[in-house]
Write a protein that binds this ligand. Structure first.
Ligand SMILES: NC(=O)c1ccc[n+]([C@@H]2O[C@H](COP(=O)([O-])OP(=O)(O)OC[C@H]3O[C@@H](n4cnc5c(N)ncnc54)[C@H](O)[C@@H]3O)[C@@H](O)[C@H]2O)c1
Length: 315
């Protein structure tokens, strides 16, 4: 297959791009910045949030011919940053619009990276896909994902777009340690605990569904095959591990893997953040034969090993 991945220099894009290439597929990446982990993904540097809509092809440049599918991952992906800089949520919406126009004009199916944030802070604890409700929008990031989903559904209605929307949740494990660009909790805790520095946990009772990268990428890759093959289309699917863990437990696993006791301070959860999410992954199981393999404890041990290895070879 010939697959265009937007956001190919990011965590999921890098892992997915390499995974697909290893299996013989052609991957063309688009990102506004170069990939800092690998040179193996051909990458066009382009800001996808600019209003290119009058240009031919929707996003304004010549892309490789005969593409089979677009995976749209490019976004400002940090909830708290978008609370502080809400204009970046609007850029997320522009990006999705531009990419959708490209798909419409080139008759391409799309895989869209949405988020568990669309459920809001569900004290109702219902995570079945059809229960997302925009009345519970918790943050500008969440609004940008709801908008992205809404645009996709409207393109399916009006232009026959074929799509799969994935709602991801705390993906971790590899190619995610560019903490200066984007502070992600697991790589951040690995670095701080390893260095013997204190960490702050925002939300003692916060329970989240952490997804090991290979489970995420495996689920997306099997969905791509099925979407391009015409087996499935037009579904919205939770992709996560399907179990909740507290941040305190997660930090404990990191300490265990490093052989160090975390020095933890607990603060209240920050504004805009979801404090409880456990995915119902029944639909992913049914449609994609998705069977997540990696528990948080095992995944953290692998993530720690990957980080230590990376530092050893790149410092
Ligand atoms: N990783 C997770 O835990 C998680 C959870 C839920 C949803 N998601 C979604 O999945 C997608 C991928 O997440 P990720 O963790 O790989 O994020 P990431 O930040 O690592 O990657 C996103 C990429 O998009 C690029 N980008 C941002 N603005 C751009 C622009 N204007 N033009 C071109 N490229 C641009 C960034 O440079 C970055 O490389 C995102 O849409 C994110 O919102 C991720």
């Amino acid at each position: 297959m010939r697959i265009l991945i937007t956001g190919s220099s990011g965590q999921i894009g890098t892992n997915l791009g390499l995974y697909l290439q290893e299996r013989g597929h052609y991957v063309f990446g688009v990102d506004k910045r170069p990939n800092t982990w690998t040179r193996d993904i051909e990458t066009l540097l382009q800001d996808l949030s600019a209003p290119y809509r009058t240009h031919k092809g929707g996003i304004g440049v010549e892309y490789p011919p005969d593409l089979d599918l677009v995976v749209h991952l490019a976004a400002h992906a940090k909830v708290h940053e978008l609370v502080q800089q809400p204009h970046r949520a609007l850029e997320n919406i522009n990006m999705t619009f531009n990419v959708l126009e490209f798909c419409r004009q080139n008759n391409l199916p799309i895989v869209f990276s949405s988020s568990r944030e669309v459920y809001g802070d569900i004290h109702r604890y219902i995570t079945e896909e059809s229960y997302a409700d925009f009345a519970f929008t918790e943050s500008p990031y969440s609004a940008s994902k709801i908008s992205g989903e809404a645009l996709i559904y409207s393109y399916a209605q009006c232009y026959g777009l074929r799509y799969l929307v994935f709602r991801f949740s705390n993906v971790y494990g590899r190619y995610d340690n560019d903490i200066e660009r984007m502070l992600r909790v697991i790589p951040h805790f690995i670095r701080e605990i390893n260095a013997g520095r204190p960490i702050t946990v925002y939300g003692e009772d916060k329970v989240l569904d952490f997804t090991y990268i290979d489970d995420c990428v495996g689920g997306v890759a099997s969905a791509i095959e099925k979407l391009v093959g015409g087996e499935i289309a037009n579904h919205t699917i939770n992709l996560a591990y399907g179990q909740g863990n507290s941040l305190v437990a997660m930090a404990g696993f990191i300490g265990e893997a490093l052989g160090k006791e975390p020095d933890m301070t607990i603060e209240p959860a920050r504004i805009g953040e979801v404090t409880h999410y456990v995915a119902n992954v029944g639909k992913a199981r049914a449609l994609l034969d998705y069977t997540p393999q990696t528990s948080l404890r095992d995944g953290i041990h692998k993530a720690v090993e990957w980080s230590l290895n990376w530092w050893e070879n790149h410092s």
